[in-house]
Design a binder for this molecule. Sequence first.
Ligand code: SF4
Length: 442
Amino acid sequence: MSKPVVSVVKFNDPYLSLKEAIDLCDGLKGLNKSDKILIKPNLVEWYMEESFPPFGVVTTSAVMFALVRILAEEGFRNLAIGEATVLPLGTKGRDVFKALGYEKLREDYGVELIDFKEEKHEGVDFDELKFFIPKKVLEADKIINVPVLKTHAMCTVSLGIKNLKGCVDAKSKKLCHGKEVDLNHTFSRIAEKLPVALTIIDGVYTIERGPTYVGQAFRKDLLIASTDIYAADVVGAEILGYGVKDVPHLEFYAGRNGRSTDIADIEIKGDIDSHKTHLEWEHVWAEDGIGPAFFKRLGITGLTVRKYDNTLCTGCVDRFNTAINLLATSFKGKPFDNTEVLNGKKMLSKGGFNKTVLFGKCICEANKDNPNIKKAIPIRSCPPNIEKFIELMSEEGIEFDIEASLKFRQFLFDRYKGKEEFDFSLFAAQDGASRDGSCLAR
Ligand code: SF4
């Protein structure tokens, strides 16, 4: 049996490098000229504020523009780009598409821009699971999947298979983070039913402890492409420092689909050894479990924030990070009143605390009759409302330093400021991507 082919190409020029990556793996072989082609980038979060660093978080516009140009030159006319940006909650797709310059792709190539959140969805059965998928995804003849080369704080890596979780509605995403099912065994099923003809992993940037901007981004200048989504992911994971056995959703996918877990069973066109690195994926918690490791450095006492688990949905992750930040920046040396914070869907208080913050509807539900809780501070909404959190904590005598917490966001952004390799123009409309092809996208 022939091996699946994965190309690995150094990113120099967006158009030429991508063309090389696609040609090396014969990436357009499964596409017909009349196909409705849906391109699925990873635009999981996009903050309109200038202080949002997109590096290693979202697919670069440079790669998207080059891809559309290549497809148009090859005679593919029926093109769409679709995504459902999750964070911040309530973000409109059209605003994100505009910020990334995609309107120019609509003007120059007639590319349809689809915000999945505004589309009709249909239920699709995955044995015991039912996911709701936008009709426009189901109606696509072929999908070109364009994830980012990144690590993920719950799934180890987020590549082609994980990017498809963006194709299900909010309710289905919550189902993926279920109490009874393992996250890695849910979203990995989606790839089995969607017509992904080509996966292009955008490795212009990568991020440690992703998938959001809280992680540390690096310039990587790499493109990985394959008509085989699993093979592309295996190579992407290897480059990030992980074999299939280190990545539960890849191992699960391999088991279900009779795939080899040995990278030697993939034909790699290009050099991966010089690009291999090891990026950490997990957020480090203090050994005694009181909270993220930096709680120890700050000398925080009287507070225990339990480490997130896989049941914490993406919407909750954002609020949880904000809550941690608010708690940390409010600490001025006075110990908290022996307070614990529970999150996700299944943590149970074991007692021993004066106060228990129940962060979100699910955890309120899970602990509603828990006799171990002395005093509950319930944030009942889904996802948890930060204003309510601030209000209830204030009633407990904890005043948050909003200014300091905003500075933390700025601090994360400032890590990239003034560094030439962190180039914001790669996340905007690209010159020269018009159909006349008079110059290359740069
Ligand atoms: S409260 Fe949080 S964990 Fe529960 S369903 Fe809502 S977003 Fe998910």
